[in-house]
Ligand binder design. Structure first.
Ligand code: 5GP
Ligand code: MG
Length: 170
């Protein structure tokens, strides 16, 4: 698949839907938390519309391969930077692509180590098929069905370029 998507309409439509969804729930000052690195760039974009006066939180999640024979990549949270307390706050978690759901599961675990938020919502620009956990996003820019063994390449300029490439066998 090769698919060029005009970035401005997609981002502005996604942003407007998030703004409306938060507004409908009476959330005026969401705590924005981006997942490094793609999620942070998108969270910076959202912050300009949603909460320009406060800094972003960042969660850094890396993947490591389990050593004990079972195949698979497991997300592991590296040191995170939340510049405010999340206790009792409404958090908007932001990532670029939602796939198996394991990154978001790890991000939620990490978040709750920092405190107990009043709510957590999830915004992803792309939701692809292949979920392995019961995790869905509240706000999706675009749904894609591409099957396993492929990877979506996101390039932001001048249009959002979506390309799926075959993942080489290890
Ligand atoms: P998951 O943990 O849900 O399997 O994967 C989500 C994380 O891996 C996200 O942080 C995202 O950046 C990255 N990811 C997973 N699949 C893709 C993909 O096809 N393309 C890109 N660009 N990132 C992906
Ligand atoms: Mg990522």
């Amino acid at each position: 698949m090769n698919d060029d998507v005009a970035v401005e309409p997609l981002l502005s439509e996604w942003t407007a839907r998030i703004q409306a969804g938060l507004g409908a729930r009476g959330i005026l000052r969401p705590r924005l938390v981006g997942i490094q690195t793609g999620g942070v760039l998108l969270a910076e974009h959202l912050a300009r519309a949603l909460s320009p006066d406060q800094p972003l939180g960042r969660l850094d999640i890396s993947f490591y391969r389990d050593d004990h024979g079972q195949i698979g990549l497991h997300p592991k949270v590296l040191p995170s930077h939340l510049p405010w307390s999340i206790e009792g706050e409404h958090v908007l978690l932001v990532d670029d692509v939602l796939y198996t759901g394991r990154t978001i599961r790890a991000a939620l675990n990490e978040l709750f180590d920092w405190g107990r938020p009043a709510s957590v919502q999830l915004a992803v620009l792309i939701s692809r098929d292949g979920r392995e956990l019961p995790i869905q996003a509240d706000y999706v820019g675009r749904d894609l069905t591409i099957g396993a063994g492929r990877h979506i390449k996101l390039r932001a300029e001048p249009v959002l370029h979506l390309e799926t490439i075959q993942i080489p066998e290890r």
